[in-house]
Design a protein around this ligand. Structure first.
Ligand code: C5P
Length: 408
């Protein structure tokens, strides 16, 4: 197939950045596959990438001059980095090394590729590849987290034997998966008629003016759902407890503290919503009374708190559900499936996303998640470990399927 004609990426300009890891040789296959899907591909390489694969190979395959040098006399006469950034419909960096990821997260622009990284306004996809221990390093995780929160799509590396002969995660994702993620950037629109209300984060139940009861929810799953839904064309309203994650600019956000405030905000917005996605970790109990002044320890050796049940938001709203689609979450530390099924029935949910939050690497306060999506017919879709943004798309896919089955 000649580039630019048909395929998932027909006529799209893909700017491919190649950084210096052993996976760089796979970038040649990537160029081929992107072209097979109709893309026009132009390549930029870092100095170290050229040690692994020859620029001539990439130039011959792509049919375009390879960008190598920030100070190229021929290119920079026309301000090459800005031209290249403006040309791209999508910017893909594969493989993305730990070094590149660190520079991108910090905004360092010390070569052509990192300078372009700051100049692009199109969607950005990164496919990291590195040794497992580097992949697990807190600095790499933190940098990736920063990028993910900025809206960068990350194609998670695979597990297996690495070039260094070690086993583990860090291998560049399969070419097909990378191309699929790139193509996904242009698949906006399948939720364009749908108004989605997403709750996110924890609630805070005050005890006195300085103390509260809360939980470990970071809001990342809810905000990832919001990002994915916005990208797919939905009109998104977020109602969030106190969180630090940034909301997508296109979504409107209402901030709340307590479960009761969350319920009251949802009641206001629900009439104008088609879907309610309750990703918030709503506190089940709140202090029975809130002290007006800070509680002093005095000579107390013990303090007994009395908690009262909060309303269950989903159960409260069940009678007002109408033709809407309700999605709930079940964060469990044991008997995950059994508890999730029970919850879905009790709360009248169309879908429930169950995840095991007993581990360290998925669930609360992380960028990754895994779990099971159950519908009313008990159909289970296992979602293996992936980024919350990727999981968000799986959840939205399942929700859209049920929505269509309901006759919408
Ligand atoms: O019963 P449990 O809290 O485990 O159920 C979790 C689901 O119910 C989540 O979707 C959560 O947002 C929702 N929930 C609620 N009201 C509560 C507690 C949880 O709607 N008070």
């Amino acid at each position: 197939m000649k580039s630019g004609e048909t395929g998932q990426l027909a006529g799209k300009n893909v700017l491919l950045g190649v950084t210096g890891g052993i996976g760089a040789y796979k970038a040649a296959y990537l160029v081929r596959e992107l072209q097979r899907q109709g893309a026009v591909v132009s390549v930029v390489m870092t100095e170290s990438a050229t040690r692994f694969i020859a620029p001539l190979t990439m130039e011959t395959l792509s049919g375009h001059p390879v960008g190598l040098d920030m100070f190229s006399l021929t290119e920079e006469r026309t301000i090459g980095h800005i031209d290249r950034a403006g040309w791209a419909d999508v910017f893909l960096v594969a493989p993305a090394t730990a070094n590149y990821i660190g520079k991108a997260a910090c905004g360092i622009a010390d070569d052509l590729l990192t300078t372009i990284t700051l100049a692009v306004t199109c969607p950005v996809v990164l496919a990291p590849a590195m040794n497992s221990r580097m992949w697990a390093h807190p600095a790499v995780r933190k940098n990736l987290e920063t990028l993910v929160q900025r809206g960068v799509y990350v194609v998670w590396p695979g597990e297996g034997e690495l070039a260094c002969r070690e086993e583990g995660p860090g291998r560049l994702a399969e070419t097909g998966d990378i191309v699929k993620t790139v193509a996904g950037c242009f698949e906006a629109g399948d939720l364009s008629d749908i108004r989605v209300l997403i709750t996110a984060g924890p609630t805070r139940e005050p005890l006195d003016p300085v103390r509260f009861i809360s939980n470990r929810s970071s809001g990342r799953m809810g905000f990832a759902l919001a990002k994915a839904a916005v990208r797919r064309g939905a009109r998104v309203q977020i109602i969030s407890g106190p969180v630090e994650v940034a909301a997508p600019a296109e979504a409107s956000v209402r901030r709340v503290n307590t479960a009761r405030e969350m319920l009251s905000q949802i009641e206001q917005v629900l009439p104008d919503s088609d879907w309610l996605v309750m990703a918030a970790a709503v506190a089940d109990f709140a202090p029975s009374s809130v002290h007006k002044d800070k509680v002093k320890k005095g000579d107390m050796l013990e303090l007994t708190l009395t908690l009262a049940r909060n309303p269950d938001i989903l159960e409260t709203l069940k009678p007002f559900k109408g033709g809407r689609l309700f999605v709930g979450f079940a964060a469990e530390t044991r008997d995950m499936l059994e508890n999730a099924r029970k919850k879905a029935k009790e709360k009248g949910l169309d879908l429930i996303v169950a995840n095991d939050v007993s581990g360290q690497e998925t669930g609360f306060e992380t960028d990754e998640n895994s779990g099971v999506i159950l519908d009313q017919g008990d159909l289970a879709e296992e979602v293996p470990r992936m980024t919350k943004l990727q999981m968000a798309d799986r959840i939205l896919d399942a929700a859209l399927k049920v929505w269509k089955e309901k006759g919408n």
